[in-house]
Design a protein around this ligand. Structure first.
Ligand code: AP5
Length: 252
């Protein structure tokens, strides 16, 4: 079964109404996905959302939607897009404000899968505060692991539809027709931050700023470590196996 939710309130702007077309899930899951750039978080989030009937909340996706929008960009948005192009992390205060504006998604009865937030310790503290304010607890924080050379291979071969943003890989998930999206026939492009010089910066940023979150969430008793080796379906099955063993309510 395909779950289709309209994430307008997350991706476009918080004032947009959110429409759910999905049946109600057996239980809502509230998850965070961690892992280096290119490890496959977005790919797994899509599979998990279909299975768990929830929404994929990606901060990177919000930034890319801002970049592609015809609307006049604010000074903060222009600043954020310049950081992304270089492969650097966007400053915490910009990201935290952006997520706070969308925090209604945290009380969604269908749960949520956060991908790309938090990425630093101050962001993790901000998330804890935001969730505490609405009395919501995370069920788990999943960290995907992969050797660096496989990550670089996944990133260098990634192509994205410039229209509907579906991800492909030239070798592991090729489109039916070269350079054309299977879903909407839009042109496939390489992401600006997948250029080799940006990838180097992104991997360094991950090691320095995001890896400390692994210890943070381990201490909180929420961490699930999963190898991202293997095809997307096998990684997905491992993830579901671990999620199914979770008790219905875990820590905060
Ligand atoms: P974001 O969009 O979050 O990018 P990222 O974390 O770098 O992750 P990616 O989207 O690159 O990779 P992924 O792990 O989702 O892998 P995917 O599934 O696509 O952020 C972009 C930028 O925005 C950041 O660099 C930063 O500047 C800024 N930003 C965002 N959030 C921020 C925050 N909180 N704070 C500060 N700045 C922030 O897979 C990759 C490829 O591999 C695809 O081609 C896929 O088809 C293929 N693939 C996936 N799984 C497999 C598999 N199992 N086997 C073979 N191929 C596979």
């Amino acid at each position: 079964m395909t779950s289709i939710s309209n994430k307008a309130a997350w991706v476009d702007e918080p004032q947009q109404p959110c429409v759910k077309y999905m049946p109600f899930p057996k239980r809502p899951y509230r998850l965070v996905l961690l892992g280096a750039p290119g490890v496959g978080k977005g790919t797994q989030a899509d599979l998990l959302c279909q299975e768990l009937l929830t929404c994929h909340l990606s901060t990177g996706e919000v930034f890319r939607a801002i970049k592609d929008s015809d609307r006049e960009k604010t000074a903060a948005q222009k600043e954020a897009l310049a950081y992304i192009k270089r492969g650097e992390l966007v400053p915490d205060e910009i990201v935290i404000d952006m997520v706070r504006e969308r925090s209604d998604c945290f009380v969604c009865e269908y749960g949520f899968i956060l991908d790309g937030f938090p990425r630093t310790l101050p962001q993790a503290a901000a998330l804890r505060t935001m969730l505490g304010e609405v009395d919501v607890a995370l069920d788990a924080v999943i960290t995907y692991e992969l050797p660096k050379e496989v990550i670089v291979d996944r990133l260098s071969g990634r192509r994205m539809c410039s229209n509907c943003r579906t991800n492909y890989h030239i070798e592991y998930k090729p489109p039916l027709q070269d350079g054309v999206c299977d879903r909407c026939a839009g042109p496939l492009v390489q992401r600006e931050d997948d250029r080799p010089e940006s990838v180097v910066v992104r991997l360094e940023e991950y090691q320095e700023s995001t890896e400390p979150l692994i210890q943070y969430y381990r201490k909180a008793g929420l961490l699930m470590q999963i190898s991202a080796m293997g095809d997307p379906q096998s990684v997905f099955r491992k993830t579901m196996g671990m999620l199914e063993r979770l008790p219905s309510v875990v820590g905060s």
